[in-house]
Design a protein around this ligand. Sequence first.
Ligand code: C2E
Ligand code: MG
Ligand code: MG
Ligand code: MG
Length: 291
Amino acid sequence: RAKEMGKNTYAVFSDEMNNGVHQKLHLESDLREALALNQFIVHYQPQIDIETGTAFGVEALVRWQKPDGTLVSPAQFIPVAEETGLISQLDMWVLETSCRAGKIWHDLQLDLRVSVNFSTRLLHQNDIVERVVEILKRTGFSADRLTIEITETTLMHDVTRSLRTIKALREHGISFSLDDFGTGYSSLSYLRTLPIQTLKVDRSFIKDLGTNTPDAASLVKSIIGLATNLGLDVVAEGVETLEQQEFLMKHNCFKIQGYYYAPPLPEKDALIWIQHFLNKDLKNDSPQDAV
Ligand code: C2E
Ligand code: MG
Ligand code: MG
Ligand code: MG
């Protein structure tokens, strides 16, 4: 029956049908089934340090691969997964899968961090610290290569609790990054006391760089300045053009993630991409090349 309904079910992704209770119910059972049938896959988007010319990490991004091979974007199912509570199970699976991949890359001598997105629900789960530590143990991935990305909304949902959890995970060596920075509401005074390491400039601001939107440029400059003053790293997401990259470099943001370099890629392709990128760079830097 679920199969029969398949076509209608996916119609939930069209805008007009977004809030239909019926469609949502079908999507929920589809999500459960997808989890049970292992239909989720993780893609990895390389993160580049243009100053050193290396790939310093990847961000793990989940996709739903339907039996016919089509990929459903997380923007379309994460909200339902959040509402129904399935998100915690999904996020934990993404974490474990990414840690496995990270361990493989580490064993190949690649110096890569892995960033994973955590939903509000997951960060605020009672046993989250134990569960994360358990996954690190099971996969053999080192905590100091793991970054957890949370949003301002997740953080502000319960600041006291967020702080406690983040600190506990920090003690195990895990880093934190504030995702989509600038789109949510977070108090600057909290930001100062937070044990986070990185701000990620939201794609919406990067998109408008190099256009005639003067606000975008000053916003991006302010975020970079804020991060620098607070001693935080800053990563720009959604960089698609050389122009955007040049603006970022000019304003001292050297960590870039975006289609300009690479889209999110399946594990094997991500590895090939990164090895190719490193080799290319080695060649460029090699004094032997000058001969
Ligand atoms: P995000 O964490 O801000 O991830 C960055 C998004 O920007 C990704 O979209 C990525 O594919 C996209 N992106 C990166 N560079 C470019 C670019 O140059 N141009 C354009 N147009 N897009 C770019 P994606 O993969 O569709 O994910 C959307 C959002 O879904 C993520 O935003 C994140 O909030 C959420 N998400 C993805 N995977 C997970 C997950 O495993 N768990 C949770 N809780 N949320 C996830
Ligand atoms: Mg993210
Ligand atoms: Mg982001
Ligand atoms: Mg984003």
